[in-house]
Design a protein around this ligand. Structure first.
Ligand SMILES: *[C@@H]1O[C@H](CO)[C@@H](O)[C@H](O)[C@H]1NC(C)=O
Length: 214
């Protein structure tokens, strides 16, 4: 009986792992149509009307505008930019960094990310989950590749005096992004300051100061 329960538990665990990524497609493609409702993915365009431009994007050589508080800009290439990506479980993005610019700590709840440095040097890192909370970090140069496992909090910082550029790919059509500071200190409405003061072990004035910035 105990071994049957164990077997059931293992089966349940393995099937939940298998369904944790985007579902695999049962057809060659399902190019997203402009119209209407989306459920888990988008409505498909009639395959007979599909053309090369449905799988195409132009302009990723153009730098994103990094004139903002953190000095970085993500230019996403997802199903909104390339309808042919619909239901295929992958997206890309270009990230531009001003000198010392930062893509601040954030997480993608549905995707692993693989990053390639195209220009400059980046200090990157991610933190393992609560059993250890270990920071795994490295300085990357042009041509270096680094992986951020699904769900883990991670960041990238330009550690050079010139601009830096990275190209990333993410293993979901809709990776999601939760920027930690914005979610915690910039929620709408605010998380009550006494909750954050206890969570972060500071006084409420420190929390009000942080909340005023997000
Ligand atoms: C970049 O963004 C800043 C701040 O929003 C804006 O003032 C500036 O005009 C933008 N630059 C370009 C080239 O679009």
């Amino acid at each position: 009986m105990a071994s049957q329960l164990l077997l059931l538990a293992l089966l349940a665990a393995s099937s939940s792992i298998a369904s944790a990524s985007d579902p695999s497609s049962l057809q060659d493609f399902c190019v997203a149509d402009k119209a209407s409702v989306l459920v888990n993915g988008r409505v498909c365009k009639d395959p007979k009307l599909v053309e090369a431009n449905d799988f195409f994007f132009s302009g990723l050589h153009l730098a994103g505008n990094t004139s903002n508080a953190v000095g970085s800009r993500v230019t996403p290439i997802g199903v909104a930019q390339i309808g042919g990506l619909n239901a295929l479980g992958i997206t890309a993005a270009r990230i531009d960094f001003a000198p010392w610019g930062l893509n601040p700590p954030h997480t993608h709840p549905r995707a692993t990310e693989i990053l390639t440095v195209l220009e400059g040097s980046l200090k990157v890192g991610f933190v393992t989950s609560n059993t250890e909370n270990r920071l795994i970090t490295k300085v990357l140069q042009k041509g270096d590749v680094f992986v951020f496992p699904v769900g883990l909090v991670h960041f990238q910082q330009n550690v050079g005096n010139g601009n830096a550029v990275a190209l990333v790919a993410l293993s979901s059509q809709n990776p999601g992004v939760i920027t930690i500071a914005n979610a915690v200190f910039g929620s709408n409405p605010d998380i009550p300051a006494d909750i954050l003061a206890k969570a972060f072990q500071v006084d409420t004035n420190a929390i009000y100061s942080l909340q005023s910035k997000f």
